[in-house]
Design a protein around this ligand. Sequence first.
Ligand SMILES: C[S@@+](CC[C@H](N)C(=O)[O-])C[C@H]1O[C@@H](n2cnc3c(N)ncnc32)[C@H](O)[C@@H]1O
Length: 203
Amino acid sequence: MTIVDLGAAPGGWIQAADQVLGGRGTIVGVDLLPLHTSIPQNEASIRFVQGDFTTPAVQNKVKQILRDSTGRGEVDLVVSDMMGNVTGNMLRDGTISLELCETALSFALAHLAPSTTADPTSKTAHPVQFVVKHFTSAATSDLRKRLASLFHVVKWVKPHSSRKASREGFFVCAGLRPGNPKPAASSSGPDARPSTESGDLFF
Ligand SMILES: C[S@@+](CC[C@H](N)C(=O)[O-])C[C@H]1O[C@@H](n2cnc3c(N)ncnc32)[C@H](O)[C@@H]1O
């Protein structure tokens, strides 16, 4: 299994993913900041690129690692915990977060393999392929609709560890639809539906 972990520092998610994979896979982490020194980052199973993921130079480094390590450049799961410094200005924070979400989504769409399930119309047993943190804003509803047009299952999750007052949440997306579906019509106002925390890799 190949996982790309965007906004990976200091490395909590990498450690968790490494435990699940048990060395039988590749995790490529990216962050502006370095990983904690306790995390090995040049083993075959954990690779790390320090830099701004919104830049082509950093994305090209990730693509090269994927080609070298998997031979096919495809990814099974993209997770993005990227978040800029929260300024308190909701419009600005929402805009920055949305740009990071869109960057992660573009990368995911270019590198995820369409999900293969026995019954592609089924709402169950789709592998989770994209997880993205976002700062709730007026654009959240549009993002959710766009994700729903691209994936068979989209759940909104607020982890127990996330402060209630915080405006952050996660979209967990399973089962990339084949082809190039058109984004759903947009609407205003957030209407993401909360879900309970889930550690499942399948929906
Ligand atoms: C909440 S922290 C991530 C925590 C991490 N998932 C873990 O398990 O330890 C958010 C991270 O996003 C990173 N980040 C924000 N913008 C970024 C960008 N443009 N490119 C890469 N990383 C970015 C920040 O440097 C920060 O370390």
